[in-house]
Design a protein around this ligand. Structure first.
Ligand SMILES: Cc1ncc(COP(=O)(O)O)c(C=O)c1O
Length: 395
């Protein structure tokens, strides 16, 4: 794969007609090293966020061995990673998926949020006694861009009952939750852990595994999330208050926080109409979050100079569909015109993994970029060593 020191070098060499995913494997490696050094337990990468081999290689090289998988296809893919420890953390699985996960792929870790799912897991694993079973509880989403609690999770007396039933058949009883993706303040984890503590006490069960899920933030616009170190400190402190023993092993499942800043998307302007730019990727491609979740990805015109005056633009994607629209505002130089390239930063999480091929689009070039991400939760200050980058994330 081509390697370039910047998006400027990339576009002048390739003059790409198609959108280009600029991969920064070093950024994924740095994020993974930070999590491994600072999270007090296992770090399971949420495979769904991005399964590019360049990023997976970098995460693996940094020491990631645990993977949160959500489907048979992801399992088949992740099974090629040497020594991968997979956790099947989708609370609703088909019988075939459970059966094959257990017998073919050696998966022993499953999540569930109903008694029906517990029964399915027991039946499809032949009443296995070697399972780590995580009861997923519903927790309120606080400062999250993508709440998940309406879809999954069990609460109250039902949750306590399910914890007891699961304890009776599990080798290791776990509890898990997801505070919602792109959660920007640590209180969400504090609230969720307190809720978990109440349920454990109510059920009167000994817990072996506690999984705080994903949801850790990346950075997209000028509203910077709290530093990741604050999340770690809040998790450590709240876990100390919980009715669990020292043997209880912690896990987290970050997706976005490990890979978002490890890719940029380089698009070309196909047309300009006033303050609206037609670009060659969009909501049916890797910009779903910009269109449907209102993510304001960082942007720069390739070749933009420092200090240049910027004006707001909205984007139209390449398909015929009028919902293929990203309202932004995306701040770019007023001189931008047809044929110019734009680097859209921090698209590494749920960008290419969501992209489809509607209208014949959704085909990308790929190249490695060796420069820094446009925005970073981990980047070192200029001139500082990388370990100081971790300190900056803690500051
Ligand atoms: C079970 C589970 N774990 C982890 C993740 C990763 O979340 P994030 O990318 O917000 O860290 C998700 C995302 O949907 C999920 O459903």
């Amino acid at each position: 794969m081509h390697k370039f020191p910047s998006s400027v070098a990339l576009t002048s060499a390739l003059k790409p007609e198609r959108p280009v995913i600029g991969v920064r494997p070093h950024a994924a490696g740095r994020a993974a090293r930070w999590f491994l050094a600072n999270f007090p337990g296992d770090v399971a990468y949420a495979y769904k966020a991005n399964s590019s081999v360049f990023l997976l290689g970098s995460l693996y090289g940094a020491g990631i061995r645990h993977f949160d998988v959500a489907s048979l296809a992801e399992i088949e893919d992740a099974a090629t990673i040497p020594g991968a420890r997979m956790h099947f953390m989708h609370p609703v699985k088909s019988r075939e998926a459970i059966r094959r996960a257990y017998s073919e792929f050696g998966i022993r870790s499953f999540s569930l949020d109903t008694e029906d799912e517990l029964r399915k897991i027991q039946e499809e694993t032949g009443n296995a006694r070697d399972l780590a079973l995580f009861v997923r509880i519903a927790v309120p989403a606080k400062n999250s861009r993508m709440p998940l609690e309406r879809k999954f999770g069990i609460a109250g007396a039902k949750a306590a009952r399910l914890l007891v039933k699961t304890r009776q058949v599990a080798k290791e009883l776990g509890l898990c939750f997801h505070v919602g993706s792109q959660t920007t303040s640590p209180e969400a984890y504090v609230n969720a852990l307190r809720e978990a503590g109440k349920l454990i006490a109510k059920a009167g069960v000994v817990l072996d595994r506690l999984d705080v899920g994903g949801g850790f933030p990346s950075v997209y616009d000028e509203h910077r999330p709290a530093p990741l170190a604050d999340f770690m400190a809040a998790i450590r402190a709240t876990v100390e208050e919980m009715p669990i023993g020292n043997h209880c092993r912690l896990m987290c499942e970050p997706g976005r926080a490990l890979v978002a800043e490890a890719e940029s998307l380089i698009v070309r302007v196909t047309a300009r109409r006033g303050h609206e730019l037609f670009i060659n990727d969009g909501s049916y491609g890797s910009l779903f979050d910009a269109a449907h979740m209102g993510f304001n990805f960082p942007v720069r015109m390739v070749g933009q100079t420092d200090g240049e005056a910027l004006v707001p633009f909205a984007f139209w994607g390449p398909t015929c569909d009028s919902i293929d629209h990203m309202k932004g505002p995306f701040m770019l130089p007023g001189r931008i015109r047809e044929g110019d390239y734009i680097e859209i930063g921090n698209t590494g999480a749920y960008g290419r993994s969501i992209a489809g091929g509607f209208n014949g689009y959704g085909v990308f070039e790929e190249a490695i970029l060796t420069d820094e991400p446009m925005l970073s939760m981990y980047a070192p200050q200029p001139g500082a060593a990388e370990t100081q980058g971790a300190e900056q994330a803690q500051a």
